[in-house]
Ligand binder design. Sequence first.
Ligand code: NAP
Length: 532
Amino acid sequence: MKTNVLSTTPQMIRSRIGKICVSITGSTVAEMIERAAQATKETTFLEFRLDYLDKPLAALPKLKQFLAEQTAVTAIATCRRAPNGGKFEGNLAAELEILSKAAASGFHLADLELESAEALKKADFQHLRETGIALIVSYHDFKQTKDLDAIFKRMEPFEPDFVKIVPTAKSLTDNVTLMRFLERMNDHSNIVGVCMGDAGIISRVLGVRAGSAFTFAAATPGEETAPGQIAARTLIETYRIDQVDAATKVYGVAGNPIRSSLSPLMMNAAFRRETVNAVYLGLQADKLSDLLTLVNEIPIQGLSVTMPHKQEIMAHLEKTDPLSAKIGACNTVLRAQDGKLYGFNTDVAGIISPLERRMPLRGAKVLVLGAGGAARAAVFGLRDKGAEVHILNRTPETAAKLAKQAGAKVIKKEAVAKTAFDVIVNATPIGMAGNKAAQMLEAKDLNTKLVFDLVYNPIETPLIAMARAKGIPVVAGVEMFVQQGARQFEIWTGKPAPEEEMLRVVLHALKQKAEEPEAPAEKPKAKAKTAK
Ligand code: NAP
């Protein structure tokens, strides 16, 4: 019963598919078909997760009709059994029957778990092969990334058309293990490798860079079929997966937590606009040592560094610029031509340049709220420009220490209303989405020509609204966010940054976030714990 012979030779399939296969789920066949039709706007390579259906066999006639109409679609039939991490409660014989009938229904590939392949009788396996459907033998490890070569060896006897190996990353370094495996297998063009889990998100891009034949994506955010899966549109538009190859330079933002960072969106947009063959990833770095292994092994060409690693990373850099050294924090790492890592602080430029565009800073009287990392960049940067800086902080001792280090002054809350400032800079998280803390200043305290709130989500913070209501000009935190990123782009590429494009994508994302129901604030992951 060779129904698909013409379209299912591996060469033929490879010529039909791109780098993304979208996994289609649904609790009814109608839902599945609707989602599949929707997904074809992103890619025509689809995996139908038949195990999500109550009665997969009964769904095949409708799917057959869909595939007959959608001739551009290349379809994988997957009916993963529960013991292998799927939802199908039937036995191996039932799985085999579904996959065989899928072949007769126009599916081009069948996904068979290695455990199922090993458990099948030779004759039954042969029967599946004789249907003409191309075979993916797949292996999932929901706990770890280990023994990939040994797993591959177990798969080889089945002579699959594609091999799919999906371990779970518990650290960033596990992605390196997968990449090295894919690189070792360079002479095989039929291997698909990806790591599951939050720590493995980057493998969805790096796997393809290391030679994975394709990668899996969710149809939309919320329809993931594996932990860490990225939506197809994000892989295509943000990460430009179709253009990722061995020559693509890798950059990233490292921190904990990192999932909701807008930096990947902004920096990938900049790379796209300036046609730089580079990709920028979110690196969930619970431990600095894990991050440094990844940075050196890939190797990563540049890093944006956020909390909590801005100070600690300095000890691992060849050299930093004088301002980073004074502040004691660095937010930008460059791998220079000599292969060594150098540190910079573009937070300072992110704060200073929006102000300098509006007024001369020499002699300007500035109030900085807060004495943490962002405040340190503001205070040292402003002092460097000759401004007179006053610091107000919840913990007065920290303010006093910073004032002493930077040649600034501390100020008491009561004195603020009586003092005329040129600028007030908020460098605390107050006003940030999800932060319900009371404002440090009231309207009567805003005796200033300009208010700069470094908080960028939401765009319009309560402080900004308060200043506007008094007719005081404002600078939104998004300007700092774009400026610090623009300087990083320039340090890494030597090209002027496409600031307008960067601002456009960030504003668009922030507006979308404002329309979503309020998400709980992202908390750092505990050091000992790793990705699920
Ligand atoms: P940080 O190092 O944790 O410092 C936070 C500062 O805010 C500390 O001085 C802290 O006072 C003060 N603070 C925190 N909660 C407070 C509260 N409820 N009431 C009064 N003071 C409070 O954080 P950071 O890295 O400096 O970042 C601060 C904010 O700047 C971030 O939340 C972010 O919104 C913004 N930021 C923006 C950008 C950008 O690109 N636009 C970049 C970096 C940061 P204590 O000393 O008393 O703890």
